[in-house]
Design a protein around this ligand. Sequence first.
Ligand SMILES: Cc1ncc(COP(=O)(O)O)c(C=O)c1O
Length: 405
Amino acid sequence: MLPDIQLSRRGGVIEFGWGHPDLPLLPVAGMAEAAALALTRDGPHALAYGAEQGPGCLIEQLVTWLARREGVVPRPEQLFITGGVSQALDLLCTLLTRPGDVVLVESPVYHLALRIFRDHGLELAPVTGDADGLRVDALADALDALRRQGRLPRFLYTAPTFGNPTGATMPLARRQVLVALAQANGLTVLEDDVYRELWYDAPAPPSLYSLAPARQRGLAPDGGVIRLGSFSKILAPGLRLGWLLAAPDIVQRCVRSGMLDSGGGVNHFTAHVVAAFMALGLFDPHIEQLRGVYRQRRDALLAALTQYMPAAAAWQTPGGGFFVWVQLPEGCDSAALLPAAEAAGVAYVPGARFCADGGGARHVRLAFSLLRPDELAEGARRLGDVVRGAWCVVRGAWSVERGCL
Ligand SMILES: Cc1ncc(COP(=O)(O)O)c(C=O)c1O
């Protein structure tokens, strides 16, 4: 039988690799109610070719919803409905870049965004991050280096809030410096903000978009921040629905693209259903429920890592999102270790896949969103055993090298 969904799980293996929302948490009953409302209320309008910018019913809901969160009230002409962040990135690459162009990418960052950029023939210039997200001094250096080569990056891609894979969040002060640096250099910033609502300790700092001067948010043809939101993690990824907040001229460039002209607004029916879901008052309570469940899973994984990983491994507490980024002890290579881990019944994504700067060899990304607390504990135990075993070998080799054995 052909697969129905992307997610696949191997029997006997605890899969830390998939950063997907958990299936039992997808709001099936609420969506059924919302779909019925959309069809009775909007009739054939819900099933027609949609307005290129996205249906007014969803844009209106989003303006109100975002105004409560962004600190700035978006105007409808600053919003464009997308097929999720992935489609938005693909469309922006089509509109803003040509093959051979260079783009700046945070490192580490969401590895599948890098795939989309590579699909467009773009050259990736990495900007290294630390525990607080992308390093602004590294961005300044990267801009200087490109300027010396006479090259202009088309944009910077960053996920500054509960990022994938690190879970790191850029503090407010660094956000302000980043926005100022981008402004001074006429650099367009693509802010991938899919995890913003999934905070477990305290709400996220203001988005880069909201910190940008009004000129950059609303008017400037070049530079400025384009904020990418998605319903994938906070509602359901199968909806293939998200939004983009940007200067109206960027929205207009999206609206006027050939794909939208031919096909109309992206995922028009789904957008009607989500607008109805929001109108029914189901959205915020649903997100609140997700926070509760995922917070418990994050805490279960952190507690199990503390119990089972060797002391020489290290990680940070992610304030939100789906991931813990674990640094293995010195000498361990996460890609080389994966077959042994899988044989022991645990899987993860090796860190190098997220790093355009050649780093990440000692890191693993663990996703906790799909696993129950008991599975998280057992997975951490298995991983701890594998890492401890590998580390003993590494230390043994050192000891032999240094004549200690
Ligand atoms: C940082 C980040 N951006 C984007 C996506 C994909 O978003 P969407 O489903 O809206 O295309 C993911 C999914 O894992 C992600 O982690």
